[in-house]
Design a binder for this molecule. Structure first.
Ligand code: ADE
Length: 244
């Protein structure tokens, strides 16, 4: 998968994207990510990319032309038009299900806004959809773009060692993940649940599923209501006495 990020702060994006799992996937050629400085595409002699809003008001607005020229340059490099996402608090909120769908795209172009916004005309002309990372407002689209790339990138084939890395984790099946334990078997007088030491695979699977259901009911009952449950699991929708 290829992702192009158009931003006024390419170094901020690079600093994160060269590290850890995403950084290794880039080095291995599994993910191709390019950060473009929108300022490199302005024709203004002072390299300006923003101006005051028509109609007055606070702050500055990012101008249409440098963003459009940046997008055109990427289209030429790709020899195709990427799917364009504008990171914005007005967008559809990113979920694990959406991330899975985005991870199947060949190329994505992420536009990071700043200041008071972006000239609406370039949004109308190039943006396919707006995506938000949650109902709160950040100072710019860079952190949301990084969250997006991390969430989507790790779902691409070959980025994580094993597919069970994400089929088992929170949100994949609409539930939160069961608790995990590692050595030592006793720590601060707390024991690892016995079933996990039993080696009995079927019991472990059953216990983990039940823990997932209990956790989801306790921490995110809103998710449990929407999760695909088996008939016998529907008892978890009621507030029974069972504890995690
Ligand atoms: N830009 C500012 N706030 C944002 C948010 N919550 N999601 C995506 N982009 C944003």
């Amino acid at each position: 998968m290829r992702i192009d990020i158009a931003t006024l702060f390419p170094d901020m994006c690079e600093a994160v994207l060269c590290e850890s799992i995403i950084g290794r996937a880039r080095e291995a050629g599994i993910l191709e990510i390019h950060c473009h400085n929108i300022r490199d595409y302005t024709l203004d002699k002072h390299r300006r990319v923003d101006d005051t809003p028509y109609g007055g008001g606070m702050g500055m607005v990012m101008q249409a032309d440098p963003i459009f020229r940046c997008f055109e340059a990427v289209c030429v490099q790709l020899s195709q038009r990427p799917h364009v996402i504008y990171l914005s608090p007005q967008g559809r909120v990113l979920t694990q299900q959406l991330a899975v769908a985005y991870s199947r795209q060949d190329c994505l172009f992420l536009l990071c806004g700043h200041y008071e916004g972006v000239d609406e005309r370039v949004l109308e002309e190039i943006v396919d959809e707006e995506v938000s990372i949650g109902d709160y407002v950040l100072t710019g689209g860079e952190l949301p773009a990084l969250v997006f790339v991390d969430t989507v990138g790790r779902l691409c084939e070959g980025v994580l060692a094993d597919e069970s890395c994400f089929t088992e984790e929170s949100h994949f099946n609409g539930l939160l993940e069961y608790p995990q334990y590692s050595r030592p078997a006793v720590w601060h007088e707390k024991e690892v649940p016995e079933v996990l030491l039993s080696g009995h695979h079927a019991n472990i699977v059953r216990w983990r599923r039940e823990q997932s259901l209990l956790r989801t009911r306790n921490k995110r009952p809103d998710l449990l209501e929407k999760a695909p449950l088996e008939e016998k699991e529907r008892v978890f929708l009621q507030n029974t006495d069972r504890e995690e």
